[in-house]
Write a protein that binds this ligand. Structure first.
Ligand code: 6MZ
Ligand code: ZN
Length: 375
């Protein structure tokens, strides 16, 4: 099933740049800084924690992100990790990636939020240039149709990468508004939305509401990390805001869950490994994916932080297949339905629908004709 999940063309809508960094890249950046005579900003123990990719509480995750942030400090480091993340998702046959990141001002590295965004965009463009062209990928794709061959990566002219700018919950209303204004200014360069993320124990909704409303008014998609911990009052206010998408929603009490289901069906970005490893959810079979999926609520499988949690989108699909007993046809439908929730616009949706539909017979045809879509 894992190989079938890798072959499936997939849509990734919830991936944090600094959470998706390869552990080996963290080590390499540190080695390079050390060779350049810099004092290392983290201890060997901290480095091992960052690169361990295992179970960790949410609080530990946010400590880790702070450590990653003192390593990926320069424009060149940011561009490099963005390029690698694009290549990694393409390698996993993600055909549409919405990457999100928090613009950071670091005067000591001559970095402003704007120059940070420029570095990320440069990295994305570099990553795309490093992918094989469709023609070169065709031979590999033909080989990939043989049963045991590894799937071909999504070539440069098939994968689309868009950017969401995140507001960190530590930011005040002015900082949040600055990020939104930048997002609006960078729409022509592929910024399609704004996200609210960060430590759910920090800050309060009123701080960012105005900035998020400005994002919506500027025609940007808005997605919120909601209910990652139990905070029903805040979650209720987030639902009232009617964002375009919601991340996590692990802790919904009955009335909130009913409200969500009765809502205009706000799509949920669900991150199975992230939620289980951070103990926001006790086990895969108990993940709220099951309930939402059974109720027909729109759900999208996502990785969250593939570097920190050691996952890929293919793994998330394979985990869902095993935990919720989904046959390959259902996985294809899940990926196909995700297209409807991208922030990249109608033209992009049409392109993705066509691409997914063309690949369907390759993925499922023979098996469905035999009346059996179990992989
Ligand atoms: C595990 N669940 C999560 N919950 C909430 N926020 C999260 C997160 N995982 C990541 N982030 C947010 O993304 C930042 C790292 O990427 P960027 O520096 O923006 O690229 C983290 O600092 C946090 O604000
Ligand atoms: Zn997240």
């Amino acid at each position: 099933m894992f190989l079938a999940c890798r072959r499936l063309p997939k849509v990734e809508l919830h991936a944090h740049l600094n959470g998706s960094v390869r552990p080996q890249t963290i080590r390499k950046i540190l080695e390079e800084r050390s060779r350049a005579g810099e004092a290392l900003p983290v201890t060997e123990q901290q480095l091992q924690d960052i690169t361990a990719c295992g179970d960790r509480s949410l609080a530990d995750c946010f400590r880790l992100f702070d450590l990653i942030h003192v390593i990926t400090t320069t424009h060149s480091a940011i561009a490099r990790i963005a390029a690698e993340v694009v290549r990694d998702f393409a390698e996993d046959r993600v055909v549409y990636l919405e990457l999100r990141t928090t613009p950071k001002a670091r005067p000591e590295y001559d970095m402003t939020k704007q120059s940070y965004i420029e570095a990320v965009l440069e990295g994305i463009e570099l990553g795309l240039r490093q992918l094989p062209a469709a023609a070169d990928a065709t031979a590999a794709a033909n080989a990939a149709n043989a049963d045991e061959a590894p799937p071909a990566p999504a070539p440069a002219d098939i994968i689309a990468v868009k950017l969401l700018l995140s507001i960190d919950r530590r930011e005040d209303s002015a900082a949040a508004l600055e990020t939104v204004q930048l997002a609006a200014r960078y729409k022509a360069r592929g910024v399609v939305g704004v996200d609210l993320s960060g430590n759910p124990y920090v800050g309060s909704w009123g701080q960012w509401r105005e900035a998020l409303a400005a994002a919506r008014a500027a025609g940007l998609g808005v997605t919120l990390h909601a209910g990652e911990v139990y905070s029903p009052a805040e979650t209720a206010r987030m639902l009232e805001f009617r964002p375009d998408r919601l991340g996590h929603c692990c802790y919904l009490d009955d009335s909130l869950a009913a409200e969500l289901r009765a809502s205009v069906a706000i799509p949920l970005e669900l991150c199975l490994t992230s939620n289980v490893l951070t103990q926001s959810v006790t086990s895969y079979p108990e993940h709220h994916f099951a309930e939402m999926y059974a109720a027909g609520h729109p759900v999208v499988l996502c990785t969250d932080d593939s570097g920190v949690f050691g996952t890929t989108l293919s793994k998330e699909y394979a985990i869902a297949a095993a935990a919720f007993k989904l046959p390959l046809g259902a996985l294809w439908e899940l990926a196909r339905r995700s297209v409807e929730f991208v922030f990249g616009g109608e033209e992009e949706k049409r392109r993705l629908r066509g691409l997914m539909d063309r690949e369907r017979p390759l993925m499922l045809g023979a098996k469905i004709e035999r009346g059996n879509d179990e992989a």
